[in-house]
Design a protein around this ligand. Structure first.
Ligand code: SF4
Length: 385
């Protein structure tokens, strides 16, 4: 889908894009009933995640060292293909024909279920020999794993299984186990909408019994593509709580379909063009009204609208947008940067834009109201005064 087609689709949806159909998500009531200073909590969570991300390479190497010294097997996988090949080899070596799987969006991205199926490995195991889990967070200093389970049954299955395979994307870590406490609360409030942490488990190497084997897979799957982007890399702070999806008026209207991916919602608008490809995902940069609902709720303070603007800027500067969109933006920029146009009367600016835009785009767009005085004019008046 090109960006113009996508914008037409959004306009078609636009009658519903308001706040009236948002799910009632009273996270604020819950969080305020537990924490006096919610902003302080979010700031702390953000800093903990930044501490890992800002030094990701050294932290991952330290995690590997700690895993090895605790007899955990660790595998690094660059792509989903690498991961599937390594995992299927391991299951083949261990003669495993059935596994239990935790539910996970990341497994869908990696196409895990289909690959197991085509290797004739059942995803329901009666003998409970092997469990494949996507942990919610890895903890560097203690080679531990934090997970929120869907049910007590699922948690018991994992703890009882003889072969535990733990999967983590490269960005889902924190440095110190002493910081896990705030995340147990954050996951229960923002992911499960509950005021008390339940069904959470911190799995440490001390818990590994004599008969047990633990294999850890750390999977990049193109996430590291974002690391070289100063702003967009902040999207990797995301802990996948899903809270922003529930308050986003656009996502609540369009739902999953336009993403054509298992990763969806506001954060996917930033990530997908970089971890998949630009051509099929550049339209997602228009999935945002810049209303800021997502930023106000995000427990790790990711400013998604700012990142959307960064993506738009990057796509424009690198000619990734469709030709017509690039021409439109260039023309508008040229028009507004011309000195003589700066101080035109507001009504005249609107009139001119109404005439220019349809000529370029062959469609009528909504034109914003302009301020009565520009900064330039205010400055000129002040200088005279
Ligand atoms: S970006 Fe969305 S899913 Fe990620 S942590 Fe923030 S609110 Fe949760």
């Amino acid at each position: 889908m090109n960006t113009s087609e996508y914008k037409r689709f959004l306009r078609f949806c636009s009658k519903n894009i308001d706040n009236s159909n948002l799910e009632l998500f009273n996270v604020d009531d819950i969080v305020h009933s537990i924490f006096d200073q919610v902003e302080k909590l979010k700031g702390q969570a953000q800093r903990v995640r930044e501490k890992f991300l800002n030094n990701i390479v050294d932290n991952l190497l330290l995690f590997e060292k700690n895993c090895l010294s605790n007899n955990l097997n660790i595998n690094w996988c660059l792509s989903s293909e690498d991961f599937l090949e390594n995992l299927l080899n391991l299951l083949g070596r261990k003669k495993i024909k059935s596994v239990n799987l935790s539910s996970s969006e990341f497994f869908e991205q990696l196409d895990l279920k289909n690959s197991l199926k085509s290797d004739k490995i059942s995803t329901f195991s009666k003998d409970n020999r092997c469990f494949i889990l996507e942990a919610d967070l890895g903890i560097v200093d203690s080679a531990s794993f934090f997970s929120v389970f869907e049910s007590e049954f699922e948690m018991e299955l994992f703890l009882d299984s003889k072969i535990k395979i733990i999967i983590l994307p490269i960005n889902k870590f924190i440095c110190n186990i002493s910081d896990i406490d705030i995340f147990t609360h954050i996951f229960s409030i923002y992911k499960n909408n509950k005021s008390f942490p339940s069904l959470t488990n911190i799995f440490t190497p001390k818990q590994i019994g004599n008969q047990e084997e633990v294999y850890v897979f750390v999977v990049d799957n193109e996430q590291s593509n974002l690391l070289s982007f100063k702003e967009q890399r902040k999207a990797l702070l995301c802990i996948d709580c899903g809270a922003c999806k529930r308050v986003c008026p656009v996502y609540q209207t369009i739902k999953d379909e336009p993403y054509n991916n298992s990763l969806t919602g506001p954060i996917a608008n930033i990530l997908l063009p970089f971890i998949e490809n630009f051509d099929n995902h550049k339209h997602l940069t228009y999935n945002c009204l810049l209303c800021g609902n997502c930023t106000s709720i995000c427990p790790v303070n990711i400013s998604i609208p700012d990142l959307i603007i960064e993506n738009r800027k990057y796509f424009f500067e690198n000619k990734i947008l469709d030709h017509n969109d690039n021409i439109l933006i260039l023309s508008l920029r040229k028009f507004f940067l011309r000195n003589k146009n700066k101080n035109l009367k507001p009504w005249l600016k609107r009139y001119l834009l109404r005439r220019i835009i349809p000529k370029i785009t062959r469609k009528q767009l909504q034109i914003p109201q302009f301020a009565k005085k520009t900064f330039n004019k205010i400055q000129q008046d002040n200088n005279k005064g």
